[in-house]
Design a protein around this ligand. Structure first.
Ligand code: ZN
Length: 485
């Protein structure tokens, strides 16, 4: 019989067998139960839900601060809305779940379970927007969306139902729409990077890789240890034909009726959670950034039978409540098992309460950012927790940024791109064009390396010089190449 320790802890190494490591973390840390009896649908468990709730709060607060108003739209979208804009229909139709019956009655019009909500919001924008004074009109909703994924599903990364926020905004001009895209990129930096601790690159996607119905697509990519990038939030300037299909116009200052421009930004919280798990986790298990940890401080009484220890544990818990989310593990397990368990589950601070410390007026704490144990004076405990809370996420970010930056490699030839991809890196190279003229060069890269052109960075547009690494024509872009999910 395998030892208990082996059953409970993570046995796969993150950098050697990433896929197995991820599966073990999801199951052993009780993030999701995969046994629900509809394929591609998960039961999210408390340890992930508590963290994702905090992720939502940070994101929503930030959006509201920037003037987005919250809405709750219906889950269903009538087929006629859905079919108003042809490229959107074409892109999304294969993934739509349809409701066709109510009880035993066939519905007059089938209803789509929203795969995304442009066609729901735009129906109402048409009724709400009258004049330039109404613009910009900035909304968002927190919702679940449904897509009939045919690719293999993976918990949190790709499923048939996911939990997200979608913003939908209406603007008077394309310049205002572009301003919104830049604001969305800034939001991504403030929340994904500074709070969730995730390094990413925000790309403008090539023409051939746009959201169905978008005029321009911008999307952030986060890197996994297996060298594959995963698309995280994207923001789009929606094609003007979309607003036109829904007749979203406004009366301008000059009294003329003008077409509006729309944008949307879609941070998928359940998918971003996967990146939090993957980017910060280690061979022991999870590491949560302080701000989004389900529990921030766990108190472990070394002996739950000892009244003095339990009294001290309770009093320390009371002290911390109000400052941090704190819990006390008074289960029957051995203290050593509890240490391993909460380290695996990624609790930022653990406080061990034992008799020796109590006598000496000391406290032993363990911090998961540095995996370090410290013995401090009992009276300094709150000061110490306060200090760690401020440093914790920064330490995780520092480490993640360093790894990410070290994995971007400049490549001067197809051979160098290939080599970089084989080493699990993101290759960066000169390229002719991300419009249709460059598609044959892109195809060559994709065929030879199994990787894709992810896009260009807005702030590198002015830095381009030299020749396309494939065709030798003048380079107009610096593109990034990586394998993806
Ligand atoms: Zn080329």
């Amino acid at each position: 019989m395998p030892s208990k320790k082996n059953q409970e802890g993570i046995t796969a190494k993150k950098n050697e067998n990433f896929s197995e490591w991820y599966t073990q973390v999801v199951q052993k840390c009780e993030l999701a139960d995969l046994r629900y009896n509809v394929k591609g649908f998960l039961v999210f468990q408390p340890w992930s839900v508590l963290s994702m709730e905090k992720m939502y709060r940070h994101m929503e607060k930030n959006l509201q601060k920037k003037g987005h108003k919250p809405y709750w739209f219906p889950t269903v979208i009538p087929k006629s809305n859905f079919e108003k804009e042809s490229s959107h229909v074409k892109g999304f139709t294969p993934e739509v779940f349809w409701i066709t019956k109510g009880g035993n009655t066939k519905l007059e019009e089938p209803l789509a379970l929203r795969p995304t909500s442009e066609t729901a919001f735009y129906q109402m924008f048409n009724l709400w927007i009258r004049s330039y004074k109404d613009l910009p009109f900035k909304t968002y909703q927190r919702a679940q969306v449904f897509r009939y994924e045919t690719k293999a599903t993976r918990p949190f990364l790709r499923g048939r139902e996911f939990h997200w926020i979608e913003t939908h905004c209406v603007h008077a001009t394309i310049e205002d729409a572009m301003k919104q895209v830049k604001e969305d990129m800034q939001t991504n930096k403030e929340i994904l990077h500074d709070i969730y601790g995730l390094p990413f690159i925000f790309f403008q996607r090539p023409e051939w890789d746009k959201f169905a119905g978008a005029y321009r697509t911008f999307a952030s990519d986060v890197l996994n240890p297996d060298g594959k990038v995963i698309q995280q939030p994207s923001t789009h300037i929606i094609s003007p034909s979309f607003a036109k299909a829904f007749n979203i116009t406004y009366k301008d200052k000059d009294g003329k009726e003008k077409p509006a421009y729309t944008t949307c930004y879609g941070p998928a919280i359940s998918r971003i959670f996967a990146s939090v798990v993957i980017v910060h986790g280690d061979d022991k298990g999870l590491k949560f950034p302080w701000e989004i940890a389900p529990i921030q401080v766990m108190i472990i009484p070394i002996d739950i039978e000892n009244k003095e220890i339990m009294k001290k544990a309770e009093s320390i818990k009371k002290q911390i409540e109000g400052f941090a989310d704190v819990s006390l593990d008074s289960t029957e397990k051995r203290a050593g098992e509890k240490f391993n368990h909460w380290e695996m589950k990624g609790v930022p601070i653990r406080i061990d309460i034992g008799l020796n410390d109590i006598k000496k007026k000391k406290t032993t704490i363990f911090r998961r950012d540095l995996d370090k144990k410290e013995v401090i004076n009992e009276k300094d405990l709150m000061k110490k927790i306060n200090q760690i809370s401020k440093e914790f996420t920064k330490n995780l970010i520092k480490k993640a940024d360093k790894i990410f930056e070290g994995r971007i490699k400049k490549a001067k030839s197809l051979g160098e791109i290939k080599k970089a991809i084989e080493q699990g890196l993101i290759a960066k190279c000169n390229f002719c064009s991300v419009n249709k003229e460059g598609i044959s060069c892109a195809e060559k890269i994709e065929k030879e390396t199994g990787a894709q052109i992810r896009g260009t960075k807005l702030d590198e547009k002015s830095l381009v010089s030299g020749k396309c690494v494939i065709c030798g024509r003048k380079a107009n872009e610096i593109v990034y190449v990586a394998r993806s999910y």
